[in-house]
Design a protein around this ligand. Structure first.
Ligand code: G16
Length: 544
């Protein structure tokens, strides 16, 4: 058993995006590509000798091979202990939970989240710090810098470890503990929610619930928690067996990709509540009977009802939402008399706010919701939160949402994605918008007058770090907004995201179809950004 030092050369394309490094599996399988990135993570850190590292992934294709390499590299680089999920599986929220619970130095999470999996699809690597959250920009910048000068990596010359049983192994001087993937996470959920009340709801025979993990990592967690612990009938969890290619599907919980669930929830005799989660278990979509809850509304409703739930009975310190998320949560914060923070897209921007106890709940339009219980968004947590509220209020999902709109007004909201656009065209579109910003204020377009137009910049209120160029915002005097940005999680070409929002205080006008309600703003967005001309697309790939 010896430490090998292997010569290598830098790859130029190892800059982490919105959430770690995401590439095609084939890219990761190039000689030394994964090894370079892992060594670059270690090279950019200090003080990890003999410390604990958490390693796990969403089970997608290449997860197993990558974990064995990472274990051997962690041992060669001097970690004292690695906690790895059974079969290499840890959902992203569970990894965050395990890091925090075990005072680990950090964690490596293998996932490309909602992106498809399989030999021709996507893989990803993300480093999380000791608070359990994604590494902030200063660390990801340092990792990228290290990847550009790397000359060698270290690997322990040993055979693979058996990850199929909960057990302890020695790898040189390092211990590898293969842990049950669900135990710590399930125990944490039990401290936050009223499991007794949820159990009554789920096992009473009246209320019907359908959970769709989309053949991804949440399957074992959902089955253990809902069916075994909370007595939901067998079959409550559908598509619950994790598959390396997610059954050929796109593990993204939205109305387009979670089509099985959508058919059930919008079909005849639909259940009362439906939910889906994504590839690595941090996203969620919640549906009522024939009813879709936007992620932005979901955050606002969880915040407004938080004191009904044991873990949040003491109230909220504040709420945080990403910039493109609708302003529905702001209205709840205002009524509660607490702060609402607007951050750039990316869960990493919530970490400081949560650590400093400035925010308790966080959320994003991209189907992410979470709280200070961990430092990642958390799909099953959101589903349990909804179940707890439903158990207390004994109302339908739709009634809860409509009551919320009556109290706070309705923020009509939609996101239009143009996927796989040629990068040059997408960049031109954003550059043109940027150049036109200064001439925008006070301009009128039909009934809309521009109030402000900027390229969103954020100064972190805790450490003062600044993030610039985080998306083009055009706000109108009636409170409506259009926002443009390019995705930082895609792996081929560019994805243009257009976010459109308007505010309607009048309950008599809360029944419109979202796309109809936003039609004028959507065509205005096209007029301003020349989306059709520049992308060459007539319509978006996905509308949520
Ligand atoms: C990641 C980030 C989220 C972000 C989302 C979409 O989610 O953690 O904060 O909202 O990507 O980012 P983009 O619009 O740049 O594609 P996940 O679930 O992919 O890790």
């Amino acid at each position: 058993m010896s430490i090998q030092t292997i010569s290598t050369q830098p790859y130029t394309d190892q800059k982490p995006g919105t959430s770690g490094l995401r590439k095609k599996v084939r890219v990761f399988q190039q000689p030394n590509f994964l090894e370079n990135f892992i060594q670059s993570i270690f090279n950019s850190l200090e003080g990890y000798q003999n410390q604990t590292l958490v390693v796990g992934g969403d089970g997608r294709y290449y997860n197993r091979e990558a974990i064995q390499i990472i274990l051997k590299m962690a041992a060669a680089n001097g970690f004292g202990r690695v906690l790895v999920g059974l079969d290499g599986i840890l959902s992203t929220p569970a990894a965050s939970c395990v890091i925090r619970k075990n005072d680990a130095f950090g964690g490596i999470i293998l996932s490309a989240s909602h992106n498809p999996g399989g030999p021709e699809e996507d893989f990803g690597v993300k480093y999380n710090i000791s608070n359990g959250g994604p590494a902030p920009a200063n660390i990801t910048d340092a990792i990228f810098a290290a990847s550009q000068t790397i000359t060698e990596y270290k690997l322990l010359d040993v055979s693979d470890i058996d990850l199929s049983r909960v057990a302890s192994h020695s790898l040189g001087h390092m211990t590898v503990d293969v842990i049950d993937s669900v135990t710590d996470y399930g125990a944490l959920m039990e401290t936050l929610f009223d499991f007794g009340q949820i159990k009554q709801l789920l096992s009473g025979g009246q209320f019907r619930f359908c959970m769709d993990p989309l053949h991804a990592v949440t399957g074992p967690y959902a089955t253990a928690i809902f069916e075994r612990r909370l007595n939901a009938p067998a079959g409550t969890v559908v598509n619950g067996v994790p598959l390396e290619d997610f059954g050929g599907g796109h593990p993204d919980p939205n109305l387009v990709y979670a089509h099985d669930l959508v058919e059930i929830m919008f079909g005849e005799d639909a259940p009362d509540f439906g939910a889906a989660s994504d590839g690595d278990g941090d996203r969620n979509m919640v549906l009522g009977k024939n009813f879709f809850v936007t992620p932005s509304d979901s955050l606002a409703i969880l915040a407004a009802n938080a004191t009904l739930v044991p873990g949040y009975r003491g109230g909220l310190a504040g709420i945080a939402r990403s910039m493109p998320t609708s302003q529905a949560p702001d209205r709840v914060a205002e009524k509660l008399g607490i702060d609402c923070y607007e951050t750039p897209t990316g869960w990493k921007f919530f970490g400081n706010l949560l650590d400093a106890d400035k925010a308790t709940l966080c959320g994003e339009e991209s189907f992410g919701t979470g709280s200070n219980h961990i430092r990642e968004k958390d799909g099953l947590w959101a589903v349990l939160f909804w179940l707890n509220i439903l158990a207390v209020k004994q109302q339908s999902v739709e009634d809860i949402v409509r009551e919320h709109w009556r109290t706070y007004g309705r923020n009509y909201y939609s996101r239009h994605d143009y996927e796989g656009v040629e990068s040059d065209r997408a960049n031109t579109l954003i550059t043109n918008l940027r150049q036109g910003l200064s001439a925008m204020p006070s301009k009128t377009f039909g009934s809309y007058t521009v109030d402000y137009a900027d390229d969103f910049a954020y100064t972190d209120p805790v450490d003062g770090s600044v993030a610039e160029q985080q998306g083009i915002r055009i706000g109108f005097t009636d409170g409506s907004r259009i926002v443009f940005r390019l995705s930082g999680t895609g792996t081929s070409g560019a994805t243009l995201r257009l976010y459109v929002e308007s505010y309607e205080p009048d309950p008599a006008k809360h029944d419109q179809d979202t796309q109809v309600a936003l039609a004028d703003l959507i065509s205005l967005a096209d007029e301003i950004a020349q989306i059709k001309v520049l992308t060459g697309r007539d319509q978006p790939t996905v509308i949520t």
